[in-house]
Write a new protein. Structure first.
Length: 453
């Protein structure tokens, strides 16, 4: 049989490609025999519409260099390499997570009493601010319920007459400011009534209603807002100093260990109260990059969300999302400024898809099942529940058992709502620690677990 010259050229080119460019035939890359090549080429020369096998056609119509490039690409493209998890952001709750809240508030309330005394308001006990705060909070809740049932015109009328003893919201700061003013006004009223009774040589109980109303009005106008603010500032300053004194022994070393294990990690605080690590200059400030607060970031919340609720009005974890979305936004903005993230990608969301080798990951750490675990989990965080051993002195977790901590001003209805949210968040816990020193390893296990999935 006569062998066509084209077949000879094809066989030679295939041989050259396999020896020169490293192509090694496998079960999926079988080179046809020379006789089948000859028959196929011959039929093509007679203009028959029979096609070569795809693998042979590819090699017979490309140069040796393009053939080797195609085989190399095929070898490297089967599956995309899975990215490893990189801890880009860790956020902490503060109260009862890094220090016990009960003794901190006790000492802050003692400072409140001392500051009141310095302004002439004597014999006011530290516990008075708590009890007065509970009364004001209950009154605000009752008024809010009444306003919800009233007409819009009545609500508009109420909005124009602001009563400093009736805050429009139930956040901790406004309730406490109102409690301070109430204690001051009560002190002035009692003093004024007593002085009037002495001047008239009668008993306080014998004073007429017009006299009492006049004294109440005088007491209301005598208390100046600057004095109220000064007393509150003294309370807040002592709160942060007390927090520094009562930091859990392994709090600082644990955060430093995490920063060592995960260079360039952003450390933030997410709190529903007035605590701020940036004001704890002798302890936490050097370790934290930012803080977001339910109270201090209200305006940002209203800009970010179409609907805004007070914390105590939230009855589902989804309602907590705005504060965590704000924390993630800040964390990613700061991550984009770090050198390592910049090297991986310069897109705004560089912590997720732009990084060639790592995937940006966020972990939230806190003691409250409802607010910390439930809220953070719904916005994409890995959650670590800080359920510490008894020697740490946590008291906030009593609320998940339906019990009232001595320092809280929540109503019974709010406590029950909080407990239900805690129960709903149980399945969202990714890790639980009983000592803060366990946190670095727990984080590493969470990241490792994701890599193995």
């Amino acid at each position: 049989m006569r062998v066509h010259s084209a077949a000879i050229a094809l066989v030679a080119s295939l041989s050259l490609a396999s020896t020169t460019h490293g192509f090694v035939p496998t079960s999926s890359h079988v080179v046809p025999s020379s006789s089948s090549c000859v028959a196929t080429i011959a039929r093509n020369n007679h203009h028959q519409q029979r096609r070569l096998p795809n693998r042979l056609l590819l090699r017979s119509t490309t140069s040796p260099s393009s053939s080797s490039s195609s085989s190399a690409a095929a070898a490297s493209s089967p599956t995309k390499k899975k990215k490893k998890k990189k801890l880009g952001l860790i956020t902490f709750d503060l109260d009862d997570t890094l220090y016990p809240i009960a003794p901190v508030l006790d000492e802050a309330n003692a400072a409140f009493s001392t500051s009141m005394s310095n302004f002439g308001y004597t014999d006011i006990e530290p516990s008075d601010i708590v009890e007065t705060g509970k009364e004001i909070r209950a009154a605000v809740e009752s008024d809010n319920d009444a306003n919800d049932a009233s007409s819009s015109s009545a609500a508009a009328t109420a909005a124009t007459s602001v009563d400093p003893l009736k805050p429009t919201t139930v956040n901790h700061k406004e309730i406490r400011m109102a409690a301070i003013r109430k204690e001051m006004e009560d002190f002035i009223l009692e003093t004024k009534l007593r002085q009037t009774a002495e001047d008239w040589a009668t008993e306080v109980e014998s004073l007429t209603s017009p006299v009492r109303k006049s004294a109440e009005k005088w007491a209301r106008t005598t208390v100046h807002s600057s004095v109220v603010q000064a007393v509150y500032n003294a309370w807040e300053m002592e709160r942060h100093h007390a927090a520094e004194r009562h930091l859990f022994p392994d709090a600082i070393s644990t955060i430093k260990r995490i920063q060592e294990d995960h260079p360039n990690v952003i450390v933030g605080a997410v709190t529903d109260g007035s605590a701020n690590p940036m004001l704890m200059v002798f302890s936490l400030m050097p370790l934290f990059d930012f803080t977001v607060s339910w109270e201090d970031d209200l305006d940002k919340a209203r800009l970010m969300e179409n609907v805004f609720q007070e914390l105590d009005a939230v009855d589902q974890s989804d309602g907590l999302g705005w504060i965590y979305r704000l924390a993630v936004q800040k964390g990613k903005e700061m991550s984009n400024l770090t050198e390592e993230i910049k090297k991986k990608g310069k897109r705004e969301d560089s912590g997720t898809d732009d990084d060639e080798d790592f995937e940006w990951c966020w972990v939230h750490v806190g003691d409250d099942l409802a607010y910390d675990v439930g809220g953070a989990a719904t916005t994409g965080a890995k959650t670590v529940l800080v359920d510490l051993a008894p020697e740490y002195g946590q008291t906030a977790r009593l609320r998940r058992e339906g019990k009232r901590p001595a320092w809280t001003t929540e109503t019974e209805e709010q406590l029950e709502n909080h407990r239900e949210m805690c129960m709903n968040a149980l399945e969202k816990v990714d890790a639980t620690i009983t000592h803060l020193g366990q946190l670095p390893e727990a984080i590493n296990e969470l990241l490792k677990g994701d890599d193995e999935e």
